[in-house]
Design a protein around this ligand. Structure first.
Ligand code: SF4
Length: 369
């Protein structure tokens, strides 16, 4: 794949510097929204799905600092991984809608959540009419460029079963040629779209990354609130590969002191090999401020001894300490050789953010002034 290392920037959870939060408004806003957001569905446990009509759906490299284009069919993700770096994207959408007068203060409080991170998991924005927006956006993408789906949300989270936004996107993309595509997901639902993935890779390059940080289902549940069990993800990987789709495993983030021991990684490598993974990427945790609010309490609950170590190791920066990253890289390379995976330099980031990724093009449908 011409740009096979796009996943380098994703291993470890992406590099982002979140916008400051909890800023007090200078002048309190008390206003009814012109039209309330359109709620598409609501689940018993309180997850609400809200329509969003984006003007654009492809984020260009210049907006994200990544060297590929990105597309996220949803904002927010029900899987709710404690280490997820993408929560800031949800916060941006909600804050911008509030600043623009499209959400009342009460709606803002609901769509933001008590701590600023819960809403990412329970107020899911569903991008509607994406194909029209994509049609226009694709004209801006030069031949040979790479588009990654799922950099800030899981494109096959439970919402996709009903809303099928990702499938609509893929249907349009199958008409492209000469591009590179990557998809990252934790969900076996991706196997539903095998037909489209096969068509997509006929005239384009394609990498499907099944994301899995541990083979241990109990451990995964502690760290990822509602993600599919590891065995289901590995079965999906096997199905894709058996069908002829170029699919592999992404182990990211590797969590220091939790999932980085040789025995656990070896089990994952062996499982990937058995499933027929064509490639394997791995990278260490990046602990940016946007992640800390959610991750550190989970760490404290399940691994209290590690809290001071993480605090020291990640003090003042989000990257894993260089020596740790190098040691982990050596460990991964040994396991790659052992299990017959090709060497790939996924451990060291090419990702240097130029700017915060923007979601400014999004509009809350039905609440425009
Ligand atoms: S599946 Fe991905 S986008 Fe969703 S919560 Fe987990 S890390 Fe974040």
């Amino acid at each position: 794949m011409a740009k096979s290392s796009w996943a380098d920037g994703l291993t470890g959870g992406g590099a982002v510097r979140p916008k400051p939060i909890d800023q007090l408004p200078l002048i309190p806003t008390i206003r009814p929204s012109a039209q309330p957001p359109i709620v598409l569905d609501e689940r018993l446990r309180g997850t609400r799905f809200v329509a969003l009509t984006p003007k654009r759906v492809l984020n260009p490299p210049s907006a994200t600092g990544m060297d590929y284009w990105s597309l996220n069919p949803y904002v927010g993700c029900e899987f709710g991984c404690s280490y997820c770096y993408a929560r800031y994207t949800h916060r941006y959408v909600v804050e911008r809608a509030h600043d623009a007068g499209k959400l009342t203060d009460a709606e803002f409080a609901d769509y933001r959540g008590a701590h600023g991170w819960e809403a990412f998991e329970k107020r899911i924005f569903v991008k509607e009419h994406v194909v029209g927006a994509l049609e226009a956006d694709l004209k801006r993408v030069p031949l040979g460029e790479c588009i990654v789906i799922g950099t800030a949300t899981d494109p096959y989270q439970p919402a996709e079963r009903r809303f099928r936004v990702t499938r609509a996107v893929l249907q349009r993309l199958t008409r492209c040629e000469g591009l590179s595509f990557g998809i990252i997901t934790k969900s076996p639902l991706i196997a539903r779209d095998c037909d489209l993935l096969l068509r997509l890779q006929e005239r384009n390059e394609l990498q499907i990354h099944i994301s899995l940080i541990t083979h241990d289902a109990a451990l995964a549940r502690k760290l990822e609130a509602r993600s599919p069990v590891p065995a289901a993800r590995l079965r999906a990987l096997g199905k894709l590969v058996d069908a002829g789709v170029n699919a592999g495993l992404i182990i990211a983030p590797v969590l220091p002191g939790i999932t980085d021991d040789v025995a656990q990684l070896d089990v994952l490598f062996a499982a990937a090999q058995r499933a027929g993974a064509r490639f394997l990427h791995a990278g260490p945790l990046r602990l940016y401020p946007a992640i800390r609010d959610r991750f550190l309490p989970v760490l404290g609950e399940h691994f209290p001894d590690l809290v001071p170590k993480y605090s020291r190791a990640y003090a003042g920066h989000g990257y894993a300490p260089r020596d740790y990253a190098k040691a982990l890289s050596r460990r991964i390379e040994k396991l790659r050789k052992k299990h017959g995976f090709k060497n790939q330099s996924a451990m060291f980031d090419r990702y240097r953010p130029a700017k915060m990724p923007v979601q400014g093009e999004l509009e809350l449908r039905g609440s425009l002034p």
